[in-house]
Design a protein around this ligand. Structure first.
Ligand code: SF4
Length: 218
């Protein structure tokens, strides 16, 4: 099989590619915006698309332009495909939102740094919201977190797709360190015990939520 250019996703026309640079927490600054605008202009990239994972996809790139564009951007590809931790979607939390009850951005960036790209039995998405409004869609993430006055609530096993599934409540009143430790434990259990291609929600259904809670010592 022909090797794809680095970090490139073949498009519907079977001749051009999309690339998606990594943007932690959906944060972007003027310098990066300028670089993206510059390569889009120089390489005549026809489509720039904001993705559901809070990134910017550059779409419609010729194969030979992919590597020079990465070099000019000086950025790493985001893990957009494959059986890995794909995305950490984060709301602004207490950094900006007046409704926030917890520092979602701070926690989300730490989770992104630690887990993004980690290989797992199936794709795995994380959402971190600063309050129960759940702007980062924590209830439809494999590992979802949202802030309340008493700390963070953790919900697990949500996903969208052909068989949408809301996450189930796992723990409440956690501080940031406790959420981080729980995420680490859960991801390791999933990695070790799930079948290949088994989404996290299906794994929880198979073992049972109460049994799963025992596995993570809750
Ligand atoms: S989830 Fe809450 S804290 Fe986050 S952006 Fe929405 S309203 Fe604000």
């Amino acid at each position: 099989m022909k090797e794809l250019p680095r970090g490139a996703v073949l498009q519907r026309d079977k001749t051009t590619y999309a690339i998606i640079p990594r943007l932690k927490g959906g944060l972007i600054d003027v310098e990066v915006l300028r670089k993206i605008a510059n390569v889009a202009e120089k390489y005549k990239i026809p489509v720039l698309k904001i993705t559901g994972a809070q990134r910017i996809a550059l779409v419609g790139i010729k194969a030979g332009d992919v590597e020079p564009i990465w070099q000019e951007l000086g950025m790493e590809p985001a893990p957009a495909v494959g059986r890995v931790v794909r995305s950490v979607k984060v709301c602004p939390g207490t950094a900006a939102c007046k409704l926030a009850q917890q520092d979602a951005l701070g926690l989300g960036l730490k989770l992104d740094e630690k887990f993004l790209g980690m290989e797992l039995p199936a794709k795995f998405k994380i959402g971190v919201s600063g309050c129960p409004n759940n702007c980062a869609e924590s209830w439809i993430k494999d590992f979802g977190v949202f802030g309340r006055n008493n700390g963070y609530t953790v919900v697990v096993g949500g996903n969208i797709g052909n068989n949408p599934r809301l996450a189930k409540n796992l723990a409440e009143g956690l501080n940031e360190d406790e959420v981080f430790a729980l995420a680490e434990k859960i991801i390791n259990i999933y990695k070790e015990k799930a079948n290949q291609k088994e989404r996290f929600g299906s794994f929880i259904d198979r073992v049972g939520l109460e049994e799963f809670k025992k596995m993570v010592s809750l």
